[in-house]
Design a protein around this ligand. Structure first.
Ligand SMILES: [Zn+2]
Length: 152
């Protein structure tokens, strides 16, 4: 079932925009004017769900305030409900932002991955590479740089 979608909010050749448009089927579990949530087609766990803004944006930082607010409100609402639906013991919530972080579809999306006691998975810390060994001075420099970038 195709949906009427504002073309200015879509990107050609984006699989998630095609799901938003209804041109590619998905197991949709939640939908509002701004976001849609559907089961991951290749789940890491029972109930693995993707929550995406309907408007195309590659990076999480590209989202406008409306899309960002709606996205994180949906994640907040859905995470405990998904856990309940599949009787999970916890969940990992994460975003792969950029190719270096493992982003495969260039349309921002949040993974909600239910976790079960003894499932053999790892905490979100496992996504990091080799840990840097930063001195206190280096940590201070990083904090200064990040603060400047935020307060800009
Ligand atoms: Zn898209």
């Amino acid at each position: 079932m195709s949906r009427a979608v504002d073309p200015s909010r879509m990107s050609d050749d984006c699989i998630f925009c095609s799901i938003v448009a209804g041109d590619i089927p998905a197991r949709t579990v939640h939908e509002t004017d701004e976001v849609i949530a559907f089961l991951d087609a290749n789940p890491l766990a029972r109930g693995h769900t993707l929550v995406i803004p309907k408007a195309h944006a590659k990076h999480i930082g590209d989202l406008n305030e409306t899309a960002s607010g709606a996205l994180f409100a949906a994640v907040t609402e859905l995470t405990p409900r998904i856990q309940s639906a599949v009787d999970a013991d916890g969940a990992n919530v994460g975003i792969n932002d950029g190719e270096a972080a493992g982003q495969e579809v260039p349309h921002a999306h949040v993974h909600i991955i239910p976790r079960f006691e003894g499932d053999g998975g790892a905490p979100i810390h496992a996504v990091g590479g080799k840990r840097p060994n930063l001195s206190d001075d280096e940590l201070d420099e990083v904090a200064t740089a990040v603060t400047a970038a935020i307060d800009g």
